[in-house]
Ligand binder design. Structure first.
Ligand code: ADP
Ligand code: ZN
Ligand code: MG
Length: 476
């Protein structure tokens, strides 16, 4: 029997507001533990939370970008549970009247558009963080994160493979970054994902029983957890067993999931309305104002790059996958008329170095102006293509402009015919074997001689001229 995998995701994204959801404490990541909290965000008795308008605005913005209906009326609820990172013993969240509902995100999988439903997006607060100290055998709590605004995005169970889930998450992350509501840094925990997985025999209408894995913090972990969990469930069904509805813990190191608690042990959160925060009426005017602030989103931008710049779909997809890269590309193209050449450099050496150095696009020391200057040096035959790669790497390391590097390192292309003839005569003299091979019809020998000439000039010879002169000399 063949099985189909069914996946629904619950994604938590920390909003990039400067202050917390209900107080004015800073949200900056990485501060000394417990230096960014006050009685409100650690939930002392008798304090009064006040809604951060920006947080609500960002939630609406995310909802609009994901094609949701925005509620006219929304309210907050208390989700009650005890945990050491939550001194208040209840989280301010939203239960039955979330800010956003019934949206979708279209993704492309194997050249097909798949529409993934967004069930809801609600606004809530984050909890603190527990730090386990294995040497002291202690657990410490850092409440800097307590009260940071979060949106929870809940998808419909519309995803059908680990690969689809990965593509969805990548698209979602890109959109949240485009609209600038979350930095989505998974390594800092600002994007986390709960994964719900079930399987059913192919052709069966009804969904199978699902399990949930909480707080996965990399796309790779999400992918592996889904693959593992689907095959675990399939084995159970094949052996005639039943999948239990349970919460499981994914251990990425071991590559397995472990049962944590079953449905019977699931907590009842006893939601009830948050009495310290008034409900909010959201006016159409405000929604429309926020809608106008949404920039061109990645899918539109990708389409435009194909139509306006004549780029292949593939290039356009890579360039628009990051708003910083897309903006960088557009700055270059404003100054330089060949978009495909710019795209080749960005997708090639530029992204290779970004990945190797593990840095953000925004921190690349090469300005668009300097990349364009480099391309002009190639066009003007001042430097050869291979040398340009070396120059670019140097620009990337030092932030210097290409002219300075070419000047200082003496990298100008040799296009002086007489000079090259002398060098090539010497190469021919030093490699009689290859010359003989060439004359016997081994065309590969030519490549070797070109290589030797390049070596002799440290890559600076004009390749076209080298070919021309070599031919002349060999056919003499
Ligand atoms: P609950 O209220 O129990 O959390 P929800 O209906 O809110 O359940 O669903 C939570 C998540 O589980 C959603 O992302 C949803 O798409 C997903 N989900 C629901 N049913 C299934 C299923 N049978 N298989 C996989 N995912 C599911
Ligand atoms: Zn505070
Ligand atoms: Mg739910």
């Amino acid at each position: 029997m063949r099985y189909e995998v069914v996946i629904g995701l619950e994604i938590h994204a920390e909003l990039s507001t400067r202050s917390k959801a209900f107080c004015s404490c800073s949200t900056t990541f990485g501060a000394e533990p417990n230096t960014q909290c006050c009685p409100v965000c650690i939930g002392m008795p008798g304090v009064l939370p006040v809604m951060n308008k920006k947080a609500l605005e960002y939630t609406i913005k995310a909802g609009l970008a994901l094609n949701c209906n925005i509620a006219k009326y929304t309210k907050w609820d208390r989700k009650n549970y005890f945990y050491p990172d939550l001194p208040r013993a209840c989280q301010i969240s939203q239960y039955d009247m979330p800010v956003c509902q019934n949206g979708y995100l279209d993704i492309v999988v194997d050249d097909q558009v798949r529409r993934i439903g967004i069930n809801r997006i609600h606004l809530e607060e984050d909890a603190g963080k527990l730090l386990h100290d294995p040497y002291m055998d202690h657990t410490l709590v850092d409440l800097n994160r307590s009260g940071v605004p979060l949106i929870e995005i809940v998808t419909e169970p519309d995803l059908r493979s680990a690969e689809e889930a990965r593509i969805f998450l990548e698209n979602l992350k890109t959109i949240l970054q485009y609209i600038d509501v979350s930095d989505c840094k998974m390594q800092e925990g600002s994007l986390r994902c709960d994964v719900n997985v079930s399987v059913r025999p192919e052709g069966q209408e009804e969904f199978g029983e699902r399990t949930e894995m909480k707080n996965l913090n990399s796309f790779r972990a999400v992918y592996r957890a889904i693959e593992y969990e689907a095959s675990r469930q399939i084995s159970i069904l094949e052996e005639g067993g039943k999948v239990l509805r349970e919460t499981r813990r994914w251990d990425d190191g071991v590559g397995r999931s472990f049962a944590m608690r079953t449905k019977e042990q699931a907590q009842d959160y006893r939601y009830f309305p948050e009495s310290d925060l008034p409900p909010v009426e959201i006016e159409d005017e405000w929604i429309e104002k926020i809608r106008r602030e949404i920039p061109e989103l990645p899918a539109q931008r990708q389409k435009r790059y194909v139509e306006e710049y004549g780029l292949p779909e593939y290039d356009a997809g890579i360039l628009t996958a990051s708003i910083d890269l897309a903006n960088y590309f557009e700055k270059c193209v404003e100054m330089y008329q060949n978009p495909k050449t710019v795209s080749n450099w960005l997708m090639g050496d530029f992204l290779r170095l970004v990945n190797e150095r593990n840095i953000e696009i925004a921190d690349v020391p090469v300005s668009p102006e300097n990349l364009v200057n480099l391309l002009r040096l190639i066009d003007g035959k001042v430097i050869s293509g291979p040398i340009a790669k070396t120059v670019f790497e140097e620009m990337f390391n030092t932030g210097k402009d290409p002219e300075t590097i070419v000047e200082q390192k003496g990298l100008k292309q040799i296009s002086d015919r007489d000079e090259l003839v002398e060098i090539i005569k010497k190469v021919i003299e030093d490699n009689p074997k290859s010359v003989e091979d060439y004359r016997k019809g081994k065309k590969k020998a030519m490549g070797f001689l070109v290589g030797q000439t390049m070596k002799a000039t440290k890559g600076r010879a004009n390749p076209q001229l080298v070919n021309e002169i070599l031919m002349e000399q060999l056919n003499k």
